[in-house]
Design a protein around this ligand. Sequence first.
Ligand SMILES: *[C@@H]1O[C@H](CO)[C@@H](O)[C@H](O)[C@H]1NC(C)=O
Ligand SMILES: *[C@@H]1O[C@H](CO)[C@@H](O)[C@H](O)[C@H]1NC(C)=O
Ligand SMILES: *[C@@H]1O[C@H](CO)[C@@H](O)[C@H](O)[C@H]1NC(C)=O
Ligand SMILES: *[C@@H]1O[C@H](CO)[C@@H](O)[C@H](O)[C@H]1NC(C)=O
Ligand SMILES: *[C@@H]1O[C@H](CO)[C@@H](O)[C@H](O)[C@H]1NC(C)=O
Ligand SMILES: *[C@@H]1O[C@H](CO)[C@@H](O)[C@H](O)[C@H]1NC(C)=O
Ligand SMILES: *[C@@H]1O[C@H](CO)[C@@H](O)[C@H](O)[C@H]1NC(C)=O
Length: 397
Amino acid sequence: MALLRRRLKLVVTVMMVNLFIFILISRNSGQDKNGHQKVNIPSKPFWSKVAPSTAYWNRQQQVLDFQNNPVLMANLSSSELPDWLNNTSVTSDLCKPNFRVATQVKDYNSLPDRFKDFLLYMQCRSYPLMVDQPDICKEPPFLLLAVKSLVPHFDRRQAIRESWGRAGVIANRTVVTIFLLGNATAGDHHPDLSGMLQYESAHYKDLIQWGYRDSFFNLTVKEVLFLDWIQTRCSGAQFIFKGDDDVFVNTYRILDFLKGLSGPKARDLFVGDVITNAGPHRDKKVKYFIPESMYVGTYPPYAGGGGYLYSGDIAARLHNVSQHVALYPIDDVYTGMCLRKLGLAPEKHKGFRTFNIEEKYRSNPCAYKSLMLVHPRTPQEMNQIWSWLRSPDLNCQ
Ligand SMILES: *[C@@H]1O[C@H](CO)[C@@H](O)[C@H](O)[C@H]1NC(C)=O
Ligand SMILES: *[C@@H]1O[C@H](CO)[C@@H](O)[C@H](O)[C@H]1NC(C)=O
Ligand SMILES: *[C@@H]1O[C@H](CO)[C@@H](O)[C@H](O)[C@H]1NC(C)=O
Ligand SMILES: *[C@@H]1O[C@H](CO)[C@@H](O)[C@H](O)[C@H]1NC(C)=O
Ligand SMILES: *[C@@H]1O[C@H](CO)[C@@H](O)[C@H](O)[C@H]1NC(C)=O
Ligand SMILES: *[C@@H]1O[C@H](CO)[C@@H](O)[C@H](O)[C@H]1NC(C)=O
Ligand SMILES: *[C@@H]1O[C@H](CO)[C@@H](O)[C@H](O)[C@H]1NC(C)=O
């Protein structure tokens, strides 16, 4: 009896809801009483005037958005532009330090030096190519492994060459490995390693170096220079892995994963350890600290810079769109910003472990079999894990 009553109640409720939806739809069907389609015309402008952001990066981006908007630019002469938009447009040489930032960023003088350095050169995206390998992609590779390194990290590069970055034909696919370097400037009190670097470069022919100061906040410079380099030297690469020199990459697993892709899934590939719902750190002590005078807002989804994998097609699109995105001091966030502008989002893959794996599995060879990337690993660990994975005796369930 109780069951029947409950069922009846349910049926009545569903009917009431349907009736309600029917009334809603028929009221809003957009037709007048003669059955003509009604067009809603806004009676006043429904957009608001762009007000300048107080944060420096956001304001630079507003200017870029404005300058790259063909509809707005076609009908406006520069004299009609609001002053704050017109003004930022740049002096002749983008690579001269822009001292105007000292007055345009309100707490400039109290910011740590790395911010001052970044802001002074934020407009500059071209630096001389000092070491190049123009023919390294003569045979377009299936996979290009691009490793962000620093001049003194000789041992990391060597371990990568001996292990996961071994170039040539692996699992019947061509792999090319390169190392991306900036310059360690004399002013930073680095010992002069240029002779050793020259030797390394002549011997292995896998270094790419640009003449800018290699620092954490200049990693975005490395990113845009690398995007340029791909288009001029390696545009035929089908897939690209870009990562740090302190990670282990299971190249076998990556090739295996890529072989299974085709069509749009391959064309739009961008996978990694994706971080969502993040924003700038406001604690001065954190490495990733960004002051409010520099950036406001949240971050788009982005793949952690330890390493991610994408298609050659995406590389070309990123190259184009990056010219419309103001440089941001954190390189992986910057790439996320470029993807968002393309209308794409990076995809999370659980094989990318930029925050390591549980300690109890770290010395278990089988733990690495199905992973694509683990961070961090020392040069010795890279060689050890690689020898495990290559061993014909490795028997994992
Ligand atoms: C832009 O200018 C053209 C001609 O100069 C005019 O026909 C058009 O309506 C203008 N567009 C806007 C959005 O003001
Ligand atoms: C905008 O810049 C142009 C030159 O680039 C100048 O002639 C014009 O007066 C400027 N307008 C304003 C409002 O500052
Ligand atoms: C515009 O630029 C001039 C100098 O080029 C500077 O004096 C002025 O303060 C700037 N205005 C703004 C709003 O940035
Ligand atoms: C190796 O790859 C080529 C295409 O790159 C393919 O034609 C060939 O069948 C592959 N060989 C084996 C043994 O898988
Ligand atoms: C690179 O750094 C070295 C010192 O380590 C310096 O002598 C050289 O001029 C720098 N080159 C460029 C292009 O900055
Ligand atoms: C980035 O590199 C340029 C060119 O070497 C340098 O002037 C600037 O200080 C560097 N920025 C940072 C944050 O190190
Ligand atoms: C990049 O931009 C150029 C010039 O606007 C265009 O010809 C090319 O098709 C674009 N490439 C991609 C992949 O969007």
